[in-house]
Ligand binder design. Sequence first.
Ligand SMILES: Nc1ncnc2c1ncn2[C@@H]1O[C@H](COP(=O)(O)OP(=O)(O)O)[C@@H](O)[C@H]1O
Ligand SMILES: Cc1cn([C@H]2C[C@H](O)[C@@H](COP(=O)(O)OP(=O)(O)O)O2)c(=O)[nH]c1=O
Length: 205
Amino acid sequence: MFIVIEGIDGAGKSTQAKLLAKWFEEKGYDVVLTKEPTDTAFGKLIRRLVLTGGREGIIDGARISHEAEALLFAADRAEHVHKLIKPSIGAGKIVISDRYFYSSLAYQWARGLDLDWLIDLNRFAIRPDLVILLDLPVKESMKRINGRSIKTEFDKIVELQKKVRENYLKLAERFPEMKIVNALASVKDIHNDIVALVEHELLKK
Ligand SMILES: Nc1ncnc2c1ncn2[C@@H]1O[C@H](COP(=O)(O)OP(=O)(O)O)[C@@H](O)[C@H]1O
Ligand SMILES: Cc1cn([C@H]2C[C@H](O)[C@@H](COP(=O)(O)OP(=O)(O)O)O2)c(=O)[nH]c1=O
């Protein structure tokens, strides 16, 4: 089984991914908890070229193009799918990924790229059984990650996050595997909502 957790920055993805992994482990499942960007050489390259300098994406003082950004995320994902996700699913493990290609659709679309081009670019990425979309207002996520964000970029980040949130909600209409969970609730209540969705999915197996 392959489960993905998505949402804007600070939505609670890593918190919920860890709790879900623990839930599966306590039930005796073998779990692989992973994330994108990955910790491989490609993920490191992304952090250096795209996410550095207040997420300005600087190479030698110039911003890298949004297309190059999308290609880097896709290259990282290709390695992730072929080296970790597919072999783990093949071995009968539960794979939980904190972000996947839906992040590319939501973020790189918000950067102005064409959605259909992004979908085509990511066609190699196998579809998960379930995508949990942690949805909450940007104001709340900003409160949660206060300190993590770069203050001078703050307004720009708020605008981008608002667009990204809207994009995720639009994507949920297009991809039936995406289920929206209200991320304004307590950590425990959100976990319970996720478990209900997962149990429903397990019954289909
Ligand atoms: N339901 C929640 N209510 C309040 N704070 C939360 C909740 N879930 C997570 N947090 C806190 O918000 C911050 C961001 O959570 P995190 O799981 O790192 O989000 P993400 O992985 O989506 O960026 C962390 O400090 C975390 O402890
Ligand atoms: C996976 C992915 C992430 N992103 C963005 C979302 C986040 O703002 C940022 C980094 O992700 P994040 O989850 O914050 O990772 P980390 O905390 O390890 O740096 O990258 C994309 O724009 N496209 C993608 O395909």
